[in-house]
Design a protein around this ligand. Structure first.
Ligand code: SF4
Length: 398
């Protein structure tokens, strides 16, 4: 379908809003009270360091709420204020943070129910208002809501829209989009809905497999089995890997996205030669600044002599998981938690080791002087980071 034309006509509809409702200052005041933290401000002013007793906290120099998330949450608050009596829905968690989502529930923002991985929009009525989250919504969802005639408030981050524009360009020129991301992540689902032919690769190893197939050929059936659920309908690896464009989920590990882009470029260069490369490969820089800054800050932080690292963010938050990966690569004991409630009672923490289920570590804070690195994903308010730091101080009886 012509997704570009659909999007354009949606944006011109009087039921569609993507710029807020003029209550920004009021809303920011409320958000500052609910999400900002004076302790975190103090640490920022103190060169991202705070020592109390035998505990030194080292904060990453970029962490927490990104611009796109702050904007989406503010728009959701504004929507509530602007439509005080109408039923409000959101198609998914607005961001991957339990406390923010809980706050929205308290404001009577309803989450679209999900049954066996399928969203049930049957309760949404034409007089309702539906918010699309920061990581966007698929074309099919937008069409459905538009068809119902309800009011749509689109908080999709402009960085995500930029990726959608890239895959539109691939589609227009008949290039297959190679999307570096997680096939079941909402942002990637939305991005792929704008693409023509597409293939989603999770990491460098999968990208290498695809490049080997391009160079040497292989078993198409095995290929399709390996990438089950991660390609467009009717995808044929022998036909659809000739002209490629690279795009990404905005929160993937930046260095990996770059490496994947280079790998495809090199593979196609080798196969078709420099003069024909532009007929076979296109790439746009769509790595979001916030993701990049948080990852760079984490690379700096892990150079310090840290006793351990605490990474705070939703367990389904892709950018948070990547921050934890960096700590693990540097062999620093790392604890991924989604709220301060995971700490205690006593010197224990319930945390999520990378790729595993929740587990309890006890004791988790070593005796004596410790240096604790702290960072948080783009969906985590400063207030949550403060609560975590205060609990660490409390355990060490500072
Ligand atoms: S992480 Fe980047 S793309 Fe995602 S919401 Fe924040 S600014 Fe936007």
């Amino acid at each position: 379908m012509d997704t570009k034309t659909f999007k354009r006509s949606l944006q011109q509809s009087e039921n569609y809003h993507r710029r807020g409702f003029g209550h920004t200052q009021e809303v920011m005041g409320v958000m500052n009270t609910e999400y900002q933290s004076s302790l975190i401000q103090e640490i920022r002013h103190n060169h991202y360091r705070l020592q109390r007793g035998n505990v030194t906290i080292r904060l990453a120099e970029a962490f927490g709420f990104c611009w796109g998330v702050e904007r989406a949450v503010a728009m959701a608050y504004e929507t509530r204020q602007h439509f005080p009596t109408q039923k409000l829905w959101i198609t998914n968690e607005i961001i991957h943070n339990p406390s923010v989502n809980q706050r929205l529930r308290e404001m009577e923002v309803n989450f679209i129910p999900v049954e066996q991985d399928i969203k049930d929009f049957s309760q949404v009525e034409s007089q309702d208002v539906v918010i699309l989250p920061a990581f966007g919504a698929s074309v099919a969802e937008m069409q459905l809501l538009n068809g119902k005639g309800c009011t749509i408030v689109d908080t999709t981050c402009p960085w995500v829209s930029k990726v959608w524009n890239s895959v539109e360009k691939h589609k227009k020129k008949d290039y297959t989009s190679i999307i570096h991301g997680k096939y079941n992540h909402e942002e990637t689902i939305a991005t792929s809905s704008f693409a023509g032919a597409y293939l989603i690769v999770l990491n460098l190893a999968q990208a290498q497999y695809v490049c080997d197939y391009i160079s040497q050929g292989g078993n198409a059936q095995e290929f399709l089995e390996k990438f089950k659920n991660a390609y467009s309908e009717g995808f044929d690896p022998d036909r659809d890997l000739v002209r490629l464009g690279v795009a990404n989920q905005t929160t993937m590990l930046k260095s990996e996205t770059e490496e994947i882009g280079k790998l495809f470029e090199k593979t196609l260069l080798k196969k078709y030669g420099p003069t024909l490369l532009n007929d076979h490969f296109m790439s746009f820089n769509t790595i979001c600044d916030a993701t990049q800054e948080r990852q760079d800050a984490m690379f700096n932080l892990v150079e310090d002599d840290l006793s351990l690292m605490v990474v705070i963010g939703g367990y389904n938050s892709s950018n948070t998981t990547h921050l934890q990966e960096i700590a693990i690569e540097h062999q620093i004991p790392s604890y991924h938690i989604d709220s301060a409630g995971r700490i205690g009672p006593g010197n224990q923490v319930e945390h999520k080791p990378l790729g595993k289920d929740l587990e309890i570590a006890q004791p988790w804070l070593p005796d004596g002087a410790i240096v604790v690195g702290v960072t948080s994903g783009a969906s985590t308010p400063d207030k949550v980071v403060e609560e975590v730091i205060e609990k660490i101080f409390a355990i060490k009886s500072v």
